[in-house]
Design a binder for this molecule. Sequence first.
Ligand code: ADP
Length: 475
Amino acid sequence: MRGSFGALQCGVFAGEQNEVSVTRQKDETSVVLPLPVEAGTHLVLALSLPPSRVIDEVDIVLLRTLASYIGLALSNVQLYAQERSRRSRAESLERVVRMLRDTQTIEEVLLVFAATVSHEVKMTCAAYELDRTQAVRRAFRPVEGVRAGFPERIDVAPLLPLLDREDITASPAIPAGVRDALFGSADGIIISLRIDGVLWGLLVFAAPVTTDWNEPERRLYFQTVASHLELAIAGARGFERIQQLARALSESNEFKDDLLAMLAHDFKGPLTVILGYCELLLENPPEQVRDELETVYSQTQRLVRLSEDAVALAQTQAAGFALDRATLDLRDVLSESVKAHNRGHSRISLAVPDAPVPVNLDSARFNHVMDNLLMNALKYSDAPIAVRLTATGSAATIEVADRGIGIPESEITSVFARFGRASNARRKGIAGSGVGLYVSRKIVEVHGGSIAVQSREAQGSTFTVTLPLTRVHQA
Ligand code: ADP
């Protein structure tokens, strides 16, 4: 341009001018004309020409045309830069949101947020929670070169009316006391954080004084990150409340289980003493109280049974329900158990294979299962009961078959549920708690086995327990 116009100098300057001006001086002629660029940007093109150079109408038209080309090129560059910055803001926002997605507690949300955002925008960042008129710092992330105060606690009373009105408050509008305490010599902004419409806290950013806070894109960026943070805090608050509830619930459950185990355990001692005295008296009972004595004896037996079930129930519910196992011959375990339940009668028959049936058992717990099945068979039937042990492949199977009241078909699965009792047993007034089979199933399952029943009402039931066999090395 300098060459084609024979100019001494040519340049682009910031300045506002609507028309072309030509000024003639002794040693030069200067021409200044506006450059048509984006609204809000004011640039002029200035040429300094030798005084001999005459500027005519044709020159002016030419200069205007050239200026409009330069203006167009500059506008393009500006647009491109804006687009690039818009895209980089969008990507930065995406990174912040992605980081927030994996946070759960409020503490975590705020720390991750402060770290990510301060890294993204290269600004010192802090999050404060409001405690009436005080703001308490919950997260803080400084960036190098910004000397911001960001105290741990700050009185924000003078700021509150402003926060109520505005989402974002920039440095000049922030009351001097708060501004100095927060930002010192740096420039800064405060963004209000609202959860469920109520002011929850502040987000504070400090940056070098040169930062242009009024840039609409930046404003939009901060407004958007703040609303993502608000969402994340609201989510974390919900999560923390659910955790508190779950904790309270599990504590009350543990308390209930402990109480049950304690009561059941403490009941069993005195009940066993009563049983002992009853047995003693029943050896030679005075005739006039014989029936009453037998009732006391059988009812006490029932209570002992109940307390044993309660202890077993509490144990199966406790965390880390573990077994104390040893390899035993299941034939011996069953024969002991049947013998104990045949006392005073011999309704129960036992059939076992000739070869040993080795299983890895917690014998105390497994006896509880057999006691349960045999006592139920005795209780819910009057006819003989057949216990059969078989071993096939890798499993041992115990069947306890009775010809008693049976279980209605639709209620078969519910008898294994906690407190599950069949309607016919209730109707007939046969005492029971509905805990025995539930506990038995738990015990069999932790042994790696299973328990099932086949039953027909008024015909009888067959309970089947399957347990894994243990391989025994032959000497
Ligand atoms: P309880 O016998 O104390 O009620 P269980 O958990 O041992 O509790 O048994 C649950 C229910 O299953 C019983 O109430 C009864 O309805 C049914 N049941 C268990 N064993 C038999 C059986 N041998 N014959 C018929 N019904 C049975």
